[in-house]
Design a protein around this ligand. Structure first.
Ligand code: KMT
Ligand code: NI
Length: 175
């Protein structure tokens, strides 16, 4: 089951918990436009139909099986952990292993969600976020998309501040 808390900056690696001890309720995530639920695979299929998620793929991140080995995985993780937005939802269902999703709250603080098997997380377009593995360094996830996969990550910059999807996100969720 998910654990949600304010992220604490410290000198440990990104895969360490960074747990400030200040818990965050799922409703608080909701107010940022983030959907979280713990679902069976059957319910995920219902949700995919309801929300018109037509495309999908599966991703496994672990150093033993990642194409190109550990260094390729680390490069990928550096990209995932660079703060960014997308112009589409980021929809993830955890099939095995664990991961951390960090999202910015309205005061630009990081909220960290540790997700594990059965956890579903949907990040709205325009929210600043990043992802990393836990110290177990292993996750397997289903990635769903409304239409064609939009992979582009727009790293936080002056440009993303004026991106129309970012602006729309800020207006809708008053952040
Ligand atoms: C992403 O876009 O951050 C990912 O796909 C990370 C792996 S999904 C648990
Ligand atoms: Ni992303």
């Amino acid at each position: 089951m998910v654990a949600i808390y304010y992220y604490e900056e410290d000198s440990t690696q990104m895969t360490a918990p960074h747990d400030s001890g200040k818990a965050v309720r799922a409703e608080e995530l909701r107010s940022l436009g983030v959907f979280y639920d713990h679902l069976t695979p059957e319910k995920v299929e219902d949700l995919a139909v309801e929300r018109h998620y037509k495309n999908r793929d599966y991703i496994t991140l672990d150093s033993a099986s990642f194409p190109g080995g550990e260094s390729a995985l680390n490069e990928k993780l550096d990209i995932f952990f660079t703060e960014h937005i997308h112009e589409d939802e980021e929809i993830r269902y955890i099939l095995d292993g664990e991961g951390y999703f960090d999202v910015r709250d309205g005061n630009d603080r990081w909220i960290r969600a540790r997700v594990e098997v059965g956890d579903m997380l949907i990040l709205p377009a325009g929210i600043y976020h990043r992802f990393t593995l836990t110290d177990k360094k292993y996750v397997k996830a289903l990635r769903l998309f409304k239409d064609e996969p939009k992979w582009v990550a727009l790293n936080r910059s002056e440009e993303t501040e004026v991106n129309p999807y970012r602006k729309e996100y800020k207006t809708e969720f008053k952040v």
